[in-house]
Design a protein. Structure first.
Length: 227
């Protein structure tokens, strides 16, 4: 495999690798697919957020034995989730489970035009502004949820949209990426983007599907195979 850019991180966690193998199989039921997407997302996010989010001291609290301690909190007000419709929705619950407090969820709808494989945006509900007034504290960390990065065009378009929106950093969480797609997406904004995934496949088919890949993960999640 050609070398990956330094801002692309591929997990070597043995449990992740085993779960990814199960997810690839066409024998895996729709119920199991949904569970595996959740579990893999949880593990990938655990690795990614360990180096991507900040902790701050919170107010004092008291243990059940009466000892006082200083609480630790995630700076969650500076974080938002951006699932790419449809399949990114399958990763949201895992992130909200991992984060200690709920964070805003903004949706982007993007699809690949079948002939050109270029991304087309059909839905965007990003608010008009990020955070408070200009200069008031740190900018937001946007976490893109995109289970499969194939050609990288859709992910790169999402990165560009969020950068124009005004975020300061982006973390892309993916289950599986194609090598050329990971290279394209990571190069869209190298200094501001980190991509984390459970695995990378070398090849794409002529119609932009990963090989061996996972199939159409959106169809598998939402039972729309053969639509």
């Amino acid at each position: 495999m050609a070398s990956l850019p330094s801002n692309v991180h591929v997990s070597t966690h043995p449990c992740l690798l085993a779960k990814l193998s199960l997810l690839r199989s066409k024998a895996t039921s729709a119920k199991e697919v949904r569970a595996l997407v959740h579990e893999i997302s949880l593990l990938v996010a655990s690795e990614a957020l360990a180096s991507s989010v900040e902790v701050v001291d919170g107010p004092k609290d008291v243990t059940t034995l009466g000892f006082e301690y200083t609480t630790t909190q995630i700076a969650s007000k500076s974080v938002c989730l951006v699932p790419i419709l449809r399949s990114g929705l399958g990763m949201v619950d895992a992130l909200q489970t991992l984060l200690p407090e709920p964070v805003p969820v903004h949706h982007l709808g993007l699809f690949r035009e079948p002939t050109t494989l270029e991304p087309v945006e059909y839905y965007n509900n990003l608010p008009n502004h990020v955070g408070g007034p200009a200069g008031s504290g740190p900018g937001k960390l946007a976490i893109i949820l995109d289970p499969v990065i194939a050609t990288g065009g859709t992910c790169a378009a999402a990165i560009q949209t969020l950068r124009e929106w005004g975020v300061k950093r982006i973390v892309v969480l993916s289950i599986l990426a194609a090598l050329p797609g990971a290279q394209k997406a990571s190069g869209e904004w190298p200094e501001g983007v980190e991509i984390w995934c459970a695995g990378v496949d070398n090849e794409l088919t002529h119609d932009g599907m990963l090989q061996p890949g996972l199939g159409d993960i959106g169809d598998r999640l939402f039972l729309t195979i053969g639509k």
